[in-house]
Design a protein around this ligand. Structure first.
Ligand code: PMP
Length: 401
């Protein structure tokens, strides 16, 4: 039975003992013991490469590697594990979609709608492909609630729209747009929908079939897994239409000096020796998460963000950019530079991030040059909230006359 107990959850994270107060899980989540142990075992006990050698250990490794693909498919309810492509992370996944799916199909004058709330990883690849093809990137602005304004979407969709690129959850405001509505509207206009799941995947694993998502991208490291491993999900017919971008070993069935034939999806997208340790670590993370009541865990971390927001709101000049009841709390203090604050907080052992969070257009729309961001995870505690508030009080004492 799934369960969530904050103390038991926290006990799984050995780095918490000396990491001070860690409030930067939106940048990367800490790693629990099962992930650390699976990675250690892989490097200390396994031998061989995947999809290559015939000896038993290499064969077993290949089975684990492919079983991990099935775990990921279950995590997002993909209909078939062949719809799961291993990548280095969200950034690489979205670049593959832009270069291998969109680029050969885009004509001058075609339109790609991108929300103003996107991380650069879901904007720059579209700007690049627009420059390469003569297509245009069209902004879906945010509304007063900081969410992409879906009421403005129907007027932007037209016969030229080819792609709608939308984040499941903003890495700044924590806002989660109504994907179902956006996808229905985009599909009615004939556009393909690319969802950046980098932040959303850990808070609310999507059902890609129910939502009818065409492409979904996420990174293992935000899901308590290793860095350098990520996922590109695509609907079978879409992936099947795409030519791989990386050529090399194991993505081909036949090679001669006259040409080559590629493997079927997904292996045609996985040239070269893959990140086997990353795949094994990510699958350990998913197996561990399977035992956890994620709804309770999520409500616990949201509760901590709410507490922190309520406490900080008592200080003059506090401004919050938090959407809904997210576990991310982006904030600043009027007249105090975020870089000064974050430097003083770092000196007090509080790990969080300040700046533009790789979302410059969103920050511009919010009318700020940067914010601080405290991101709460289920391993955080009320003590972490108190420590943040105390450290901020000390920093504000120094910075405010
Ligand atoms: N999109 C969002 C919303 C993110 O928060 C991030 C990571 N900060 C990315 C994309 C990029 O992920 P990665 O760096 O793992 O490729």
């Amino acid at each position: 039975m799934k369960a969530f107990n904050p103390a038991d959850f926290r006990a799984q994270f050995p780095s918490l003992t000396d990491a001070g107060v860690y409030l930067d899980s939106a940048a990367t989540a800490l790693k629990p013991l099962p992930v650390i142990e699976a990675t250690r075992q892989f490097y200390s006990l396994s031998a061989g490469n995947v999809h290559r050698s015939q000896f038993a250990q290499a064969q077993q490794l290949t089975e684990r590697y492919e079983a991990a693909r099935e775990s990921v498919a279950r995590w997002i309810n993909a209909p078939d594990s062949r719809d799961i492509v291993w990548t280095r992370g969200t950034t690489e996944s979205i670049n593959i979609i832009a270069q291998c799916y969109a680029r050969p199909r885009l004509q001058p004058g075609d339109e790609i709608i991108v929300s103003e709330a996107e991380h650069h990883a879901n904007l720059v690849p579209w700007l690049m492909v627009a420059e390469q093809t003569g297509a245009k990137v069209i902004k879906l602005p945010i509304g007063v609630d900081y969410l992409p304004n879906l009421a403005a979407l129907p007027a932007l969709l037209n016969a030229h729209t080819r792609v709608l690129a939308l984040g499941q959850m903003s890495n700044v405001t924590g806002g989660c747009p109504d994907l179902a509505t956006a996808i229905t509207q985009a599909h009615a206009a004939g556009a393909v929908v690319v969802v950046d799941g980098a932040q959303g995947v850990v808070h609310c694993p999507p059902d890609v079939q129910r939502l009818d998502i065409d492409f979904y991208a996420f990174s293992g490291h935000k899901l308590y897994g290793p860095t350098g491993i990520g996922v590109l999900y695509g609907k079978t017919p879409l992936l099947a239409q795409m030519s791989p971008w990386l050529g090399g070993g194991k993505m081909v069935t036949e090679v001669s000096f006259e040409g080559f034939k590629t493997q079927p999806v997904p292996h045609c997208f996985e040239a070269g020796t893959p990140n086997i340790a990353g795949v094994i670590g990510l699958s350990a993370s998913l197996a561990w998460l399977d035992e956890i009541d994620l709804v309770k865990a999520e409500s616990y971390s949201r509760g901590l963000a709410t507490l922190a927001e309520a406490e900080l709101a008592k200080r003059p000049g506090f401004r919050t950019f938090r959407c809904q009841d997210s576990s991310l709390l982006a904030f600043d203090f009027a007249g105090v530079h975020h870089s000064d604050l974050v430097t003083l907080l770092a000196g007090s052992g509080i790990a969080l991030r300040a700046g533009q969070h790789c979302a410059q257009p969103l920050l511009a729309a919010l009318g700020v040059s940067g914010t601080l961001r405290a991101s709460f995870a289920p391993y955080n505690t009320q003590h972490d909230v108190d420590a943040l508030v105390d450290a901020l009080d000390r920093a504000l004492d120094i910075l405010v006359d």
